[in-house]
Design a protein around this ligand. Structure first.
Ligand code: SAH
Ligand code: DHB
Ligand code: MG
Length: 230
């Protein structure tokens, strides 16, 4: 099995189940044009996030790491009319590009884009004392993933889904001696998830048009996790 088959099957699935419209393809083009990195989720991953949104009846969503707004558009489109997504981005230029893409997708009413460091803005969101989030997508810088996750739990209720992108990093998580701070950051999160009693979590790894990687999916426990022990 070579990489080519994974890309072809990814395209087969996205052609069938995750076709992109102009708003999405223009968003990807805007990254290239504006010099932003091609680090958006794939179309199939965008659709996967929508499936999760609908499964948990998500009305209120938080995203860390907006980039050009590609994942934001997938998430916002799965919200009901009165639904809202707060998305946090540290880079002003990324934020400007994202806002244009969100406006063009006619989603401005549903999207609250906040510019700043996630570690500065998360305590502000906690202080706002609003309703808990239904789904939280963590996709910003990797070293503080564990801190982001702990904030996410504070902003959750039993049943909230917390999804973390890029936790396998082309399999580099297997390297015990990796000095890559992104790899170290996601390994620290994955280890924490294995010990965390508040959530039930697993990791789905995936191949496709993007580099081999994985998403951690955690649900905040509704019941005593001891019941789930084998
Ligand atoms: N979710 C996007 C991709 C995000 S890429 C998508 O799938 O379409 C990661 C983004 O996180 C980048 O735009 C980067 O600028 C942003 N980022 C990096 N460090 C951050 C921080 N400390 N706080 C908030 N955003 C950050
Ligand atoms: C990187 C970040 C991402 O969010 C992603 O999906 C792929 C790569 C990175 O920082 O390397
Ligand atoms: Mg990512």
């Amino acid at each position: 099995m070579d990489k080519e088959i994974f890309s072809q099957v990814d395209k087969y699935i996205s052609d069938l189940l995750a076709p992109e419209d102009d708003a999405l393809t223009d968003t990807i083009k805007s990254l290239e044009k504006e010099g932003l990195p091609q680090q958006s989720v794939s179309a199939n991953q965008g659709k996967f996030l929508q499936v999760l949104m609908i499964a948990c009846n998500a009305k209120k969503v938080l995203e860390l790491g907006t980039l050009g707004g590609y994942s934001t558009i997938w998430l916002a489109r799965a919200l009901p009319d009165n639904g809202k997504i707060i998305t946090i981005e540290v880079d002003k230029h990324h934020g400007e590009v994202a806002q244009k893409n969100i406006d063009k997708a006619r989603l401005s009413q549903k999207v609250d884009l906040r510019i700043g460091k996630a570690l500065d803005l998360l305590p502000e969101i906690i202080a706002e004392n609003g309703e808990p989030f239904d789904l939280i997508f963590i996709d910003a810088d990797k070293p503080p993933y564990t801190e982001y996750f702990n904030y996410a739990v504070q902003l959750s209720r039993p049943g909230t889904l917390i999804v973390c992108d890029n936790v396998i990093r082309a399999g580099k998580v297997l390297d015990e001696n990796s000095t890559d701070e992104k790899v170290q950051g996601v390994k620290r999160l994955n280890k924490m998830l294995s010990e965390n009693k508040t959530v039930t979590a697993t990791i789905l790894h995936s191949t496709g048009v993007k580099e081999y990687d994985g998403m951690a999916i955690a649900v905040v426990n509704r019941i005593d996790p001891l019941h789930l022990k084998q």
